[in-house]
Design a protein around this ligand. Structure first.
Ligand code: PBG
Length: 359
């Protein structure tokens, strides 16, 4: 406790009251315990429901999926038990499942054949890349589900970085051109929300300008505004096949986990550049950032419960060390309590089922 903070003195308050009122000294009213018993409101399920401040509903969920080449293929991601890479037809099945479960939106990530990865990440702006194929197929069969596409080059580059390299440096401004092209092909395929996760400076503004110029005035941008250089992305990089490719680390563009004021500057810039929604990532270790961002900007604020968070909970649950269903729901409501409007989570379908069962 810092030397300046002073505990509230109930004793002093009580003495003041006793001087000025005629309440008998042994009357406990207003004297704290036992007048006040915090457990009263908690005694029954109906009462706990009534006083609950934060509630997770299906409307808060975004389900990220991984797509892979082929037909009728589901390949497990070893570091994410229960998560498969899906061929496009299976991704459509997943979208039907999401619609059934009342999940409003999905985010689509590709596993790109290593033979197609190059220095320029050119698959990123191939209008027939896996993500675009999946978006078109899902939009045809399940038009009412929201589709989010990540803008970043890492699933497509031979070096595994989100931007382009000039020499051994990530070249911010050259990367912007590629990212804009990627955003445009995704939008033309039918993506509803463009989600730049690359952390290059100026990307939200560049994408917004290009979308407006191309007449895509309704396309939303959810920026990965405060995205940290995190080891919790490990299993995602396995899922997209970029672990093997990645040379070095992403610390020259993703944020230092030590910082919080910097997150506010990042969010402010993205909002000024035309983001409709902002995101904080990872999730549970960064709840303080979620709260600050929500309080400061009052923007639609999302949080990504990333692959490593999923892997930790699943590993413990599979070992019988944690109650899986309960830690899923507890972690998700924590995001709501911190101020998030919604959560990207690989647990989305499971959480939606648990929410439906609880009714
Ligand atoms: C791509 C991207 C990453 C994630 C989302 N988009 C990985 C990274 O930045 O290295 C991570 C998601 C997760 O771990 O679940 N830039």
């Amino acid at each position: 406790m810092s030397s300046t903070s002073r505990p509230i003195s109930l004793g002093a308050e009580r003495a003041k009251r006793d001087e000025t009122t005629t309440v008998p000294k042994d009357d406990p009213a207003g004297a704290g315990f036992p007048s006040i018993r915090m457990r009263r409101n908690r005694r029954a399920d109906w009462s706990r429901r009534l006083v609950a401040e934060s509630v997770l509903t299906c409307d808060d969920l975004i389900w990220p999926i991984f797509v892979v080449d082929g037909e009728n293929v589901r390949t497990p991601v070893d570091s994410m038990p229960g998560v498969d890479r899906l061929s496009v037809d299976q991704a459509v099945e997943a979208a039907l499942e999401a619609a059934d479960l009342n999940i409003p939106a999905m985010a689509v990530f590709p596993y790109t054949d290593p033979a197609l990865r190059d220095e320029a990440g050119s698959q990123a702006f191939n209008p027939d890349n896996l993500v675009c194929q999946a978006v078109r197929a899902i939009k045809e069969k399940v038009p009412h589900i929201g589709l989010i596409c990540d803008v970043a080059l890492d699933p497509y580059t031979s070096h595994g970085h989100d931007g382009l390299l000039t020499g051994d440096k990530i070249d911010n401004d050259r990367s912007l051109e590629a990212l804009v092209r990627q955003a445009l092909v995704q939008t033309e395929a039918g993506a509803d929300i463009i989600a730049p996760s690359d952390m290059m400076d100026g990307r939200v503004g560049a994408i917004r300008t290009a979308l407006e110029q191309a007449g895509h005035t309704d396309t939303q941008i959810m920026s990965y505004a405060a995205k940290y250089a995190s080891a919790f992305y490990g299993p995602f990089r396995d899922a997209t096949g970029s672990t093997a490719a990645l040379k070095g680390d992403k610390r020259t563009y993703q944020m230092d986990p030590s910082n919080t004021d910097e997150a506010l500057r990042e969010v402010e810039l993205d909002v000024c550049e035309g983001a409709d929604m902002v995101m904080v990532k990872p999730g549970l270790p960064y709840l303080d950032i979620v709260r600050r961002v929500k309080d400061t900007f009052a923007m639609p604020t999302f949080v990504y419960q990333v692959s490593g968070e999923y892997a930790m909970l699943m590993a413990a649950a599979e070992n019988g060390w944690l109650d899986g269903d309960r830690v899923i729901m507890e972690s998700l409501v924590a995001f709501k309590r911190a101020g998030a409007d919604g959560v990207l989570s690989y647990f989305a379908p499971q959480a939606a089922r648990l929410i439906a069962q609880a009714r």
